[in-house]
Design a protein around this ligand. Structure first.
Ligand SMILES: *[C@@H]1O[C@H](CO)[C@@H](O)[C@H](O)[C@H]1NC(C)=O
Ligand SMILES: *[C@@H]1O[C@H](CO)[C@@H](O)[C@H](O)[C@H]1NC(C)=O
Ligand SMILES: *[C@@H]1O[C@H](CO)[C@@H](O)[C@H](O)[C@H]1NC(C)=O
Ligand SMILES: *[C@@H]1O[C@H](CO)[C@@H](O)[C@H](O)[C@H]1NC(C)=O
Length: 494
């Protein structure tokens, strides 16, 4: 995607009657628990951050937990280095300059890649079927990356869109329909800036005191996207050279939330101008591959790539560049445990296919979710995130109430927790298959609990110790359905 150059992997005292576990802490100003219908639907938002930031998070997004991100654009034609190919080439990157000199005729331009983008095997319903099987609940496609080439017939990208050059197809249109037909939500990524758009460059030269690009290109394009394709997510990017005053971000969001055809269900990220990241938006993204490993105060998303070094497809990707299933599940589980959604990126090819290694990983995730998904979808953060004794164990819970103002809050006194889940990423290495954890102990010592491992029918034997540990006696590993990470379910008996 994104700030490619700045890659950073940024990475209580409790009382509980039966069936409950809650924190006595009060949330500052967020005590209200609202089930649908949202207050959002009744009100008008002012175009300032203070007001926009009071919007409740549409529940579908918090429930979904897992989405697919697709970086697809002309960079998949050279399929080399990354989606930042053009900028690095023009910036004189030695490897790319040599790659072009070795493989393309003199005078070849980036624009010359466009006719070579054919997407001849692209079948949107096959894509959608794969994403459905992966267990994802939403799909976000790059409607336009920083190169400016649009995957929809933008009325302001004359000869620089997928209908007029390249595949001669409306890729946003085809995918949005196919994805919805499978019952998934559809969203668009959109780069605010365009590296070499002359109108943008003029505004930039004027230190963004003029706004010709924002007003005559960006805004109308975004409105066309929203009106024609009704996305449920707008994933904004390329915001970092100018402030939100230049982009008129708050005006756009007020329109989206008040008057657009997607006002009730739209969610947006946090890249809306200098200084907005990790501060504003329905969900925070904060940085590429953000996975902080602890509970966040605000709904957030971990956008990460299956190809460890690029968001766009690379033809020279090697097997060791592909994230292992264990790493992959670690990201999904730890992210959800800390209140995030996982947005998993794969870059389609210029032929319109998804590399089989990516497809295989996605299908493995889908298999895993079939067994373990009840601890992921519609879950909430629990009192602990990773266990203080056994760091490989991550918790979530299910509760009846949805906290639309603060979906990442720990369970409160007024919440009814119906189950607690503990995911363990490593099977215990001792001979008797005994897992030892700590943070659940004080809950188990009160009330009456049934403990299961998902993918195995019999309840498990367990005991708590006077040193605050819980020992759980697992079945033999081969008797449990999952092969990579496992889920304990703690259910209060009635
Ligand atoms: C896409 O694939 C499905 C089967 O997977 C097929 O029924 C359909 O005709 C294909 N669509 C196109 C446009 O080729
Ligand atoms: C933009 O800002 C720079 C640095 O502050 C200044 O030198 C330049 O004159 C400004 N340009 C315009 C068109 O205002
Ligand atoms: C945003 O940028 C414009 C143009 O450079 C400037 O006039 C304005 O003061 C800036 N606003 C903020 C809040 O920094
Ligand atoms: C898990 O928790 C411990 C502290 O309890 C911490 O040191 C560790 O970094 C956490 N995160 C991960 C990813 O293990």
């Amino acid at each position: 995607m994104m700030k490619f150059v700045f890659y950073f992997t940024v990475i209580s005292t409790v009382i509980f009657p039966l069936g409950k576990c809650y924190s006595e802490e009060k949330n500052v100003n967020n005590n209200m628990i609202i089930n649908a219908p949202f207050e959002n639907f009744e009100r008008k938002f002012k175009p300032d951050w203070k007001d926009l930031d009071t919007r409740q998070l549409p529940k579908w997004y918090d429930d979904a937990k897992i989405g697919i991100f697709l970086h697809w654009g002309l960079y998949c034609v050279p399929g080399y280095h990354s989606e930042w190919f053009w900028a690095y080439w023009k910036g004189g990157d030695k490897e790319i300059v040599k790659f072009m000199a070795d493989n393309y005729p003199p005078g070849f331009t980036y624009q010359d890649f466009a006719p070579m983008f054919k997407a001849e095997f692209f079948n949107a319903s096959d894509f959608a079927e794969l994403f459905l099987k992966s267990g994802a609940k939403y799909v976000v496609l790059t409607s336009k990356h920083h190169e400016g080439y649009t995957l929809f017939p933008s009325k302001r990208s004359f000869s620089w869109n997928s209908v007029e050059t390249g595949p001669h197809r409306d890729l946003v249109g085809e995918l949005s329909e196919a994805v919805r037909q499978k019952g998934l939500k559809f969203g668009v990524y959109h780069s605010l800036y365009e590296w070499y758009n002359p109108i943008y460059l003029e505004d930039k030269k004027a230190n963004f005191t003029t706004r010709h690009y924002a007003e005559s290109k960006l805004w109308p394009d975004l409105k066309q996207l929203v009106n024609d394709y009704k996305p449920s997510v707008i994933w904004s990017d390329g915001d970092w050279e100018a402030n939100d005053t230049y982009w008129k971000s708050t005006d756009l969001l007020a329109w989206l939330y008040n008057d657009s055809p997607v006002k009730d269900e739209i969610v947006v990220n946090d890249r809306w101008g200098i200084g907005t990241s990790c501060k504003h938006g329905d969900f925070y993204n904060c940085a590429d591959r953000y996975n902080p490993g602890k509970l966040q105060n605000h709904k957030w998303e971990n956008a990460f790539t299956m190809d460890l070094t690029s968001w766009g497809y690379r033809r020279n990707m090697a097997i060791q560049d592909v994230m292992s299933i264990d790493k992959f599940l670690f990201h999904v589980i730890s992210t959800v445990s800390c209140g995030g959604n996982a947005l998993i990126n794969v870059g389609p090819t210029k032929e319109g296919t998804i590399a089989p290694i990516f497809a295989e990983r996605l299908l493995e995730l889908g298999q895993w979710l079939k067994v373990n998904g009840e601890g992921i979808y519609e879950s909430s953060p629990w009192m602990s995130q990773n266990d203080t004794f056994n760091h490989f164990v991550w918790y979530t819970c299910r509760k009846q109430q949805y906290n639309a103002y603060r979906p990442t809050a720990r369970p409160k006194k007024s919440d009814t927790v119906t189950a607690i889940y503990a995911f363990f990423l490593k099977w215990p290495s001792n001979n008797n298959d005994m897992l030892v954890i700590a943070d659940i102990t004080k809950y188990l010592q009160k009330g009456n609990w049934q403990v299961n491992v998902l993918g195995y029918d019999e309840p498990l034997r367990w005991e708590t110790t006077n040193t605050g540990k819980t020992k759980i006696y697992l079945p033999r590993i081969e008797k449990v359905k999952s092969k990579h990470a496992w889920t304990l379910k703690f259910k209060p008996r009635q």
